[in-house]
Design a protein around this ligand. Structure first.
Ligand code: NOJ
Length: 543
């Protein structure tokens, strides 16, 4: 088995250093803090940490506005602190991937400052300029709550510059080979420090062409192929993971022939998990799985329930979007752009059974699962904070001052802690859950352990079963001679399903959490009953 395909068996954990642990009482999390809490992540059983941007930044897009690609933000510590963290993570067999924001920089980046300073400055052509704001008219505005156009007038340059995100994030010009070379140097810098790969931000938007949507253009794929070629030649086994919030058929080309990304997030499957459980019907989920094209053997999907952004609803129909808003974001304050700024637990009304159902589903689908920091303890959100900060509040470690996140005075924390009676840090925190064998944290830990007993979850094929009862989702995952049967009750009431397991005639299902042996599969339909939101993982054995 190629060691370079480690990502296929990995459980990923996404975190923002800023929100994790603050070691020097300035109100911002930092690398020393993170290093001191690696025990938690090791015990949880995750394999790879995805760190959100760690670079110098004016923080107008929470670090996705980068002002220097080859340094650490001073609030997070020094490059030596980063090295010490990386060594310690690696010692514990935790891999680490960082962010590669290719598409744009901060307007504070020296490149942009140079570029705007004079038309003949060599950096001018590093960005996309125009004398008018009517080029690329067919291009949608992504941050539609804050931006009206993808062009902004720069009074210094006396020209418009192009930006797909905030107006303080000018897009780089990938038609310029100097930009591509520089970004490769950035990658090399981090790879040489030892990072295991990159989550590549905003991939579809790298290149612009008149008369197109400026998304997913062939030229963008050329850029990615070139970076991948350089990465493989320099440091094989490092991961490239694409953030491309697109339909599966448009994401598929980002795997190329195994020569672009190793992984890409499966965006459309995410809202459909939430739809399926609210509708108590597997259809939305099965439809999207059916529509998901096969990917090269060396590639993998990344699946997730929540992340640091809004729960995006760009990939569902208008009717589905309305339904999602009314069911999951009745309070308009919970909505932003085309999505919902809530965390997993509050989205599911704090219902432990639904949280377990959704997390089990996440861990059963083809692909490698991503856990968003805090979701392992069911942290809440604060929809009254600006932008998407609702889901970025400090990690809740214990019930003491500042939840054990920081020794700074509470007013200095970069974001306030969640203090509501239900989700506040006195009620929801790591320490408390570590002392409670029935906590969500323990359950998650167990789920991850059990998942790791079989490679079928990361690598197996999937065959969806079609029991008449639509409230039940059932499928098998098979790798070589090993098959796991997954059965999930998407509804709040007990259900019975008759499964056609003809392909596994004679097998004995062994429940994977407790080892109980279930009746042998016969030619007749296999009858299973499940409690509300009940789930089963069975290993099919031939004894
Ligand atoms: C995608 C990131 O996930 C999001 O947080 C950010 O605002 C945009 N890219 C722009 O960088």
């Amino acid at each position: 088995m190629a060691a370079t395909e480690w990502f296929k068996d990995a459980v990923f954990y996404q975190l923002h250093v800023k929100s994790f642990v603050d070691s020097d009482a300035d109100g911002f999390g930092d690398f020393r803090g993170l290093t001191s809490r690696l025990d938690h992540l090791e015990q949880l059983g995750v394999d790879c940490l995805w760190l959100q941007p760690i670079y110098p930044s004016p923080f107008r897009d929470d670090g996705y506005d980068i002002a220097d690609y080859c340094a650490i933000h001073t609030s997070y510590g020094t490059l030596d602190d980063f090295r010490a963290f990386l060594d310690e993570a690696h010692r514990r067999r935790l891999r680490v991937i960082t962010e590669l924001v290719l598409n744009h920089t901060s307007d504070q980046h020296p490149w942009f400052q140079q570029a705007r300073s004079a038309p003949d400055n060599p950096y001018r052509d590093w960005y996309v300029w125009s004398d008018t704001d009517d080029r690329y008219r067919d291009v949608r505005v992504l941050f539609c709550d804050t931006e009206r156009s993808n062009w902004t007038w720069d009074p210094v340059a006396k020209a418009y510059y192009w930006h797909r995100f905030f107006s303080h994030q000018p897009d780089l010009n990938y038609d310029n080979p100097a930009v591509r070379d520089e970004m490769w140097r950035v990658m090399q810098f981090w790879v040489d420090l030892g990072v295991d790969g990159f989550r590549v931000d905003a991939v579809p938007y790298l290149v612009e062409r008149e008369g197109t949507t400026c998304e997913n253009l062939p030229e963008t794929h050329d850029v990615i192929r070139e970076l991948r070629r350089r990465l493989d030649a320099h440091a094989p086994g490092r991961l490239l993971l694409a953030e491309a919030n697109m339909r599966p058929e448009d994401v598929r080309p980002y795997f190329g022939d195994g020569d672009e990304f190793h992984m890409a997030f499966h965006f459309p499957v995410m809202p459909r998990m939430f739809l399926a459980v609210r509708l108590e019907d597997r259809k939305p989920l099965v439809d999207i799985l059916d529509r998901t094209p096969p990917i090269p053997d060396t590639c993998q999907w990344g699946v997730f329930l929540r992340n640091h952004d809004e729960l995006t609803l760009e990939m569902v129909t208008d009717v589905e979007r309305d339904f999602m808003y009314s069911e999951y974001a009745a309070d308009p304050q919970a909505r932003i752009n085309v999505g919902i700024r809530r965390r997993l637990a509050p989205l599911l009304d704090g219902d432990r059974r639904r949280i377990e159902l959704m997390t089990t589903l996440l861990m059963s689908l083809p692909g490698s699962p991503f856990v968003y920091y805090g979701d392992e303890i069911g942290m809440g959100d604060n929809i009254h904070l600006g932008d998407r900060h609702s889901v970025r509040t400090p990690m809740q470690w214990d019930g003491d001052t500042n939840a054990g996140f920081s020794r700074a005075s509470p007013e200095r924390l970069w974001l306030p802690l969640v203090t509501s009676p239900v989700y506040g840090y006195q009620a929801v925190n790591v320490e408390r859950q570590r002392h409670d064998g029935s906590s969500l944290l323990y359950w998650m830990q167990r789920l991850i352990r059990v998942r790791k007993t079989s490679r079928v979850f990361g690598r197996g094929d999937m065959v969806v079963l079609h029991p008449a009862n639509h409230r039940v989702l059932a499928f098998t995952r098979t790798l070589g001679s090993e098959t796991v049967l997954v059965v999930l009750n998407l509804s709040s009431t007990a259900q019975c399903a008759e499964l056609d397991l003809g392909a596994h005639d004679g097998a004995i299902p062994v429940e994977m959490f407790g080892g109980s042996i279930f009746p042998r599969v016969q030619a007749t339909p296999y009858v299973l009953s499940l409690g509300p939101y009940g789930t089963f993982w069975f290993r099919l054995r031939w004894l």
